[in-house]
Design a protein around this ligand. Structure first.
Ligand code: HEC
Length: 119
């Protein structure tokens, strides 16, 4: 029963893909990506180049409000590298003993999770 359902679903999918290709005109050339297939993986160097482009170009206009510094571990950065990236940003802190607010480099919260402890 399950097998029959799966092959019916597969046939339906193939049919849909075929129909879509016929409607869209010329077929696109097939590219080989490192993330192709079930066992595909992302190319870390490419991910980190993408983040560099984001930092140098896109971040002028696009923010990352919904991400945490610890999320950078998904791009293959070590906790030390993440702390170094975070420290490039200044944050407001204080008040100090004179009652003044002041700027200091961003640090990571200890035990913030997923191995991004600052040391
Ligand atoms: C000078 C400011 C600026 C820079 C730099 C910039 N963007 Fe944008 N981006 C915008 C604006 C403004 C829009 C919205 C355009 C619109 O809605 O018509 C936009 C829209 C987008 C969209 C479409 C979002 C959607 O909802 O369809 C994507 C994707 C995007 N930008 C990616 C990037 C990437 C990737 C970079 C860096 C390579 C980048 N942007 C750099 C200003 C910028």
């Amino acid at each position: 029963m399950r097998k029959a359902f799966l092959s019916a679903a597969g046939a339906l999918l193939l049919g849909l893909v075929g129909a879509a290709q016929a409607a869209e005109g010329p077929a696109l050339p097939h590219e080989k990506w490192s993330f192709d297939g079930v066992f595909g993986t992302y190319d870390r160097a490419a991910l980190q180049r993408g983040f560099q482009v984001y930092q140098e170009v896109c971040s002028a206009c696009h923010g990352l409000d919904h991400l945490y510094y610890r999320d950078l571990s998904a791009l293959g950065y070590s906790p030390e590298q993440i702390a170094a990236i975070a420290s490039q940003k200044q944050v407001k802190d204080g008040p100090n003993d004179e009652g003044e607010m002041y700027d200091r480099p961003h640090t990571l919260t200890p035990n913030a999770g997923r191995g991004t402890r600052s040391r």
